[in-house]
Design a protein around this ligand. Structure first.
Ligand SMILES: [Zn+2]
Length: 205
């Protein structure tokens, strides 16, 4: 049932429940030759939302339709993506980011109070995203949303490691590539220390 198409195109396992929407939103970002920016314009954003919103809606037990998105909405959404991406990277938020958006509180048939997105266009999506981030910050799942430390990858993954210590979306690909680069650098340093300008290496005295 779950169709987090943006995350799946990078082979990423989904974050639990509604938080998958935030992860999928961040993974709309284009990564080199691997995938284009799915929020490049209104048409692309609409195509992404047409898959992601029903997935989210089903997971949350809501009955909502994806908002209509123009090129201007897409531009706003890219700014929201950047703001959320910085939060994930642990950078302090700059002011109120994209500005406040509304959300509505509703009672479900089973008596649960639910947070539902409000507004139209990009605001509706921002409302759904901030709502999920708020819930994730309360239940401890938000801190497991991470950006892969491989700068060439930059995909957003959900860290399922026991002590929340993961830094690679996939240790086999990104982790090994980084370890290989580091060990090559160490080997170069060991085999060709003379390449360093005299005095540049403090430990070489
Ligand atoms: Zn990666």
């Amino acid at each position: 049932m779950s169709s987090w198409s943006a995350s799946q195109r990078y082979g990423l396992a989904s974050a639990p429940g509604g938080l998958g929407l935030v992860q999928d939103f961040l993974n709309t970002v284009g990564i080199g030759d691997y995938g284009p920016d799915l929020l490049a314009d209104g048409a692309h954003s609409g195509a992404w939302a047409a898959v992601a919103v029903p997935t989210w809606s089903a997971l949350r037990g809501l009955d909502v339709r994806p908002p209509t998105l123009s090129d201007a909405d897409a531009s706003k959404l890219r700014a929201v993506r950047e703001t959320i991406g910085k939060l994930v990277a642990g950078e302090p938020p700059m002011g109120r980011g994209t500005g406040g958006v509304s959300a509505s509180l509703a009672l479900s048939e089973t008596g649960e109070v639910r947070l539902e997105p409000a507004g139209s266009g990009w605001r509706w999506l921002a409302s759904a995203l901030w709502g999920e981030i708020m819930l994730g910050q309360r239940d401890g799942t938000w801190r497991r949303i991470k950006r892969c430390h491989n700068s060439h990858c930059a995909s957003t993954f959900y860290d399922r490691s026991k002590n929340n210590s993961g830094v690679w979306h996939d240790v086999k690909t990104c982790g090994n590539a980084a370890n290989l680069r580091a060990s090559r650098a160490r080997r170069r340093e060991r085999d060709y220390p003379a390449q360093n300008p005299a005095g540049a290496n403090p430990s070489a005295t």
